[in-house]
Design a protein around this ligand. Structure first.
Ligand code: ASP
Length: 393
């Protein structure tokens, strides 16, 4: 018969292992972020070739991507500040150790721009300095197209190979999510009790409302104003892609269906759709952008660390960059959340615990935001095709 001391030692041991699994899971996720955004951005940016012809198309496409993602983020920002989903959230006890002076508060936009430029890209990479990595990747991607193909071809295929390997690693890590999430949930519940689930309800409702506003109001308005079409006609044309996005939670996996719907039903030319959609599947993620913004404000509110205007400005910019850098695979947006939390200096165990808890209910939100992501890509393809004088529907 075991003595009670041995039994409780046994429980502590099992508890420690469960907690360890959660910590390992978060470390694995963080491990892939830097190589993932470096390679995905280089591939995305460098895929814009044929400068003269593509210039005009590229400009319109980027304008569309950036503006719709920013609109989505601003909807998220407004909702998160009015609903304040994290305000009443129970405090996870690590927070006491939190030093709010750690929060980065750059004095100006120029300051943000300056610190984005790494003095040493290797050290930016080593320190997981996301903004600097993104800056380097964008610059590298642009210049990759300016050097002779003798040099660029091998680099591009090397980067593509690394990207595919990292994507596979990410998928494997995400497949371990149930175990990791279990560990993180045990830790979260042991620190704050079951009220954590109640807290997440308001967070999920905030994101769902934001996504609904974007999908049912903003995108239809864009269709009416710029494409002059009944939004229902467009969404009917895109129905099978939207269902696929919803069920796979992956923009990349949905891409073939999105392309088929846009070409066959919306009647966008091959040229426009093959320019706008593949890039859109990785770069243009309105739903993810909104989610990043609400997620970080929620965590900050739950930790009792209000973000001031300049910090919220950083959230807007980094949420945009994180959505650009997020891969089109399930839960990629959640991985990217750390970029935004890091950018405003929210770095503590409690942040990882909240992200872990958010992961526990991420799937339905991921399904919804992926559907918004590909819907925005399809609306973009229609807007750009229309502006090029194509006859649609
Ligand atoms: N699953 C999303 C997509 O593929 C990305 C995300 O996690 O937000 O579009």
């Amino acid at each position: 018969m075991c003595s009670s001391a041995t039994m409780s030692d046994g429980y502590t041991y099992v508890y420690d292992i469960i907690i360890l699994l959660g910590d390992i899971f978060i470390r694995l996720l963080k491990m892939v972020i830097a190589p993932l955004i470096l390679t995905s951005i280089i591939i995305g940016i460098s895929s814009i070739k044929d400068r003269a012809k593509i210039g005009r198309l590229g400009f319109k496409t980027f304008l569309y991507y950036i503006s719709t993602s920013l609109i989505a983020i601003l909807i998220g920002l407004a909702l998160a500040n009015t609903i304040q989903p994290g305000l009443g959230a129970s405090k996870i006890s690590d927070v006491e150790a939190y030093d709010t002076s750690q929060l980065d508060s750059p004095s100006s936009l120029l300051d943000i721009l300056k610190t984005m430029i790494p003095e040493n890209p290797i050290s930016a990479f080593a320190n997981n300095d996301m903004l600097s990595i993104i800056f380097f990747a964008v610059f590298f991607g642009i210049v990759l197209n300016l050097v002779s193909s003798k040099y660029s071809t091998s680099i591009r295929s090397g980067v593509e190979s690394i990207y595919n390997i990292i994507i596979k690693m990410t998928q494997i890590i995400i497949a371990c999510a149930p175990i990791g999430v279990f560990g993180l949930m045990v830790k979260a519940v042991s620190k704050s009790g079951f009220s954590i689930f109640q807290d997440l309800g308001l967070y999920a409702a905030t994101i769902a409302s934001g996504l609904s506003i974007h999908l049912f109001i903003i995108l239809p308005l864009i269709l009416i104003i710029f494409v002059r079409v009944n939004p229902l006609t467009h969404f009917r044309a895109m129905a099978s892609a939207m269902v696929t996005a919803f069920s796979t939670s992956s923009s990349s996996a949905t891409l073939p269906v999105t392309m088929k719907c846009v070409k066959d039903n919306v009647k966008v030319s091959n040229q426009t759709s093959s320019f706008v959609l593949p890039m859109g599947a990785t770069i243009n993620m309105d739903g993810t952008a909104l989610y990043e913004c609400v997620g970080v404000l929620f965590i900050a509110q739950a930790l009792g660390i209000p973000l001031d205007a300049s910090q919220q400005f950083i959230v807007v910019i980094t949420a945009l960059l994180a959505s650009i850098g997020a891969a089109g695979i399930p839960s990629a947006g959640l991985v990217m959340l750390f970029i935004v939390t890091d950018a405003v200096g929210l770095q503590s165990d409690a942040v990882a615990l909240w992200v872990g808890s958010m992961l526990a209910i991420d799937r339905p939100l991921d399904m919804f935001r992926t559907m918004v992501n590909i819907s925005s890509d399809s609306v973009g393809a229609a807007v750009i095709a229309k502006s090029e004088g194509e006859k649609l529907y």
